[in-house]
Design a protein around this ligand. Structure first.
Ligand code: MRU
Length: 351
């Protein structure tokens, strides 16, 4: 199985991504070569979704370091570290970004004394390994997801946690896609996910393309479909899980979780273990990205839909309290409340 959304070129000089801002109308491939290319692609959401950002950044660090033409190890490592810090500043919330950059940087520093060529080769291998691991993790997460559903389930989704946001299958959408391959029939209710419409533009597109029955709803319709009994479970991805299970995901996710609790619908969070940040004690420690007000006022509209000078608050993520989450589904197993214990157990022999 191969990922199509983020591809490292054979010569190691660029990374080619699908520009997610152009979907669903056009499939446009963009080639990234410089630090600025990678920073902008991540900041502008051309590549988005926590795991995909990490994969792209890790490969980016290798591609940029490969272009230095530097032979002095010390200078090479110092220049590479500066690039890593710069790319990491493109978006603050998803932990996968820093995690991947640190892994690729460590691959090089571990080769100290063996020359820059060996450092580059280690960086190449590590960045490719991050993507390969993600493919395997998404498959495993989706297998666990299938143990939580029955054929015919109505599943509400928020934002996009499919193959575009990861590498294959996805996290939050993986169960639906793998289930489809295994003959399950699901009915997806997909929140459009204001303001950037990742649900409408990307999730509806991915599910429809896979032949899964999908109904697009506005975010404020989640309550009515739950009340009408159409939703058996809510499936979301996430950008960072704190050690106590508080979970940052796309703005609006915590509202879905509150509704789900009220209507007695299970609310599941899906993520690779690389999205769990055990150094972050609670959701209060998670930095929430704030974005340009024009995403609310003008983006996607033929003309502005709000007074030009009205004040806007545009947080890109919110934190769902651990108590509202029925389970956190990872490639290593399913964790349940209290997460302080179940997540610690998950990491006991890997960190
Ligand atoms: O701002 P985005 O589109 O990058 O936000 C993405 C999400 O919130 C996803 O749900 C999350 O990154 C998980 S993707 C597997």
């Amino acid at each position: 199985m191969k990922a199509e959304n983020v591809v490292l070129s054979g010569d190691g000089k660029s990374v080619v991504i699908i520009d997610q801002t152009k979907l669903p109308n056009k499939t446009v491939f963009v080639e990234l070569r410089t630090s600025e290319d990678f920073y902008d692609a991540i900041h502008e959401l051309k590549v988005r979704g926590a795991p995909a950002i990490g994969i792209c950044a890790g490969m980016g660090l290798y591609v940029i370091a490969n272009s230095f033409g530097e032979t002095d190890e010390k200078v090479f490592l110092s220049k590479m570290h500066d690039v890593s810090v710069y790319i990491n500043s493109s978006r603050p919330t998803a932990v996968n970004l820093k995690h991947a950059l640190d892994r690729v940087e460590k691959a090089a520093t571990d080769c100290r004394g063996r020359g820059v060529a060996e450092m580059l080769s280690a960086m190449h291998n590590e960045s490719v390994a991050i993507q390969e691991e993600d493919i395997a993790m998404c498959k495993s997460i989706s297998e666990y997801g299938l143990t939580l559903v029955k054929d015919g389930y109505g599943i509400l989704t928020h934002c996009n946690a499919g193959p575009l946001a990861t590498s294959c299958y996805g996290t939050g959408l993986g169960t639906l896609l793998l289930g489809k391959e295994r003959g399950y029939t699901f009915h997806a209710y997909t929140d459009e996910t204001r303001p950037l419409l990742q649900g409408a533009r990307l999730t509806a597109y991915e599910l429809d393309k896979a032949g899964i029955d999908v109904t697009l709803i506005c975010d404020n319709m989640a309550s009515i479909v739950m009340k009408q009994g159409k939703v058996n479970a809510c499936f979301v991805g996430c950008d960072r899980v704190a050690a106590n299970g508080d979970t940052a995901n796309k703005i609006g996710t915590s509202g879905v979780a509150v509704l789900a609790k009220y209507y007695g619908v299970p609310f599941y969070v899906f993520c690779p273990s690389s999205t769990i940040d055990m150094d972050c004690k609670t959701g209060a420690d998670i930095v929430i990205e704030e974005r340009d007000p024009d995403e609310i006022k003008t983006k996607f509209y033929a003309e502005p839909m709000a007074p030009a000078d009205v004040r806007c608050y545009n947080p890109a993520f919110d934190v769902t309290d651990a108590e509202l989450i029925t389970a956190i589904v990872t490639e290593r197993g399913i964790c349940r409340y209290p997460y302080t214990e179940s997540l610690a157990e998950l990491f006991k022999d890997i960190r």
